[in-house]
Write a protein that binds this ligand. Structure first.
Ligand code: FPP
Length: 264
């Protein structure tokens, strides 16, 4: 069965997505440079990956660098690129030993070649790992992902390999950066902001949103567990209602059959 079609109602979210916000504010508050905030953020991420494995999360997707982050000061952009490359190199063996699969989501063409090469090495080495998939969103934007998908769909339609009339939700999803990435179950954003900020727009269609005030460098296993506990209390209906008569009503004469798969 296509894993994207399995909607999680388990108390443990299968797919957790995190906007790791607040590195800069965390650093500034302590009189440190923003770079030090990102270093602390990287440490927090490494720990959260281990905690997610322990909890039984299967997919962890993190927003590490957005399509909009290029507008930051050049020195900060350079620092982040170097930090990510260093992280991939230094943490790779441990992640591999923990059966974590690493992959990149986003546009690769604007990234420094040395970072792309570190990503490719990590992706190759960990390709068969299946305990947790860690998707690193770098030069990623939800709108860019949808535009890139739409462009490829239009190209396929133009050369006749895709019939526009056959385009439906599962077909569209096959053109996303990672077609096998399931819908997000739990979306977490740190540092008090309550926005999605162009992150996984397609995949978050039915995500449960949890916002925490803690800045990312201070986020640890207690916060992750708390977010999972909040998630477990949510009533996920995916646009339907909890009504035992529902299936009877659906099959009543004259009604359209409910083929609905709003989410892939
Ligand atoms: C947002 O905080 C954070 C980022 C734009 C970068 C995230 C990067 C890391 C956590 C470090 C390493 C990541 C990897 C994948 C190795 P902000 O800078 O916007 O904070 P602010 O809103 O307080 O200024």
């Amino acid at each position: 069965m296509d894993p994207r079609r399995v909607r999680s109602t388990s108390p443990v979210p299968g797919h957790v997505a995190i906007v790791m916000d607040g590195n800069g504010r965390w650093a500034t508050r302590q009189g440190l440079t923003r770079a030090r905030g990102h270093v602390a953020g990287e440490k927090a991420l490494s720990q959260v990956v281990e905690d997610a494995v322990e909890i039984g999360v299967r997919h962890l997707t993190v927003f590490a660098f957005s399509t909009e982050n290029w507008c930051r000061p050049a020195a900060e952009v350079d620092f982040l690129m170097t930090l990510m490359q260093r992280t991939l190199r230094n943490r790779l063996q441990r992640l591999h030993a923990n059966a974590v699969r690493i992959r990149h989501l986003g546009r690769r063409t604007g990234l420094p070649p040395t970072l792309v090469s570190a990503i490719e090495t990590a992706e190759r080495l960990t390709a068969d790992n299946d305990r947790l998939t860690l998707s690193l969103c770098l030069d990623y934007g939800g709108r860019a992902e949808l535009v890139d998908a739409a462009r490829r769909i239009a190209e396929d339609a133009a050369i006749g390999t895709l019939d526009p009339a056959s385009l439906d939700i599962p077909t569209f999803a096959r053109y996303l950066y990672a077609p096998d990435l399931p819908d997000v179950d739990l979306f977490i954003r740190t540092a008090g902001e309550q926005r999605i900020s162009n992150f996984l727009l397609w995949q978050c269609a039915y995500a449960e949103l949890v916002f925490v005030d803690t800045p990312w460098p201070d986020f640890d296993r207690r916060h992750l567990r708390q977010a999972v506990e909040i998630y477990a209390t949510r009533n996920r209906t995916f646009g339907t209602v909890e009504d035992p008569g529902r299936s009877a009503a659906r099959s009543a004469p004259g009604r359209q059959p409910c083929t609905s798969t709003n989410a892939p």
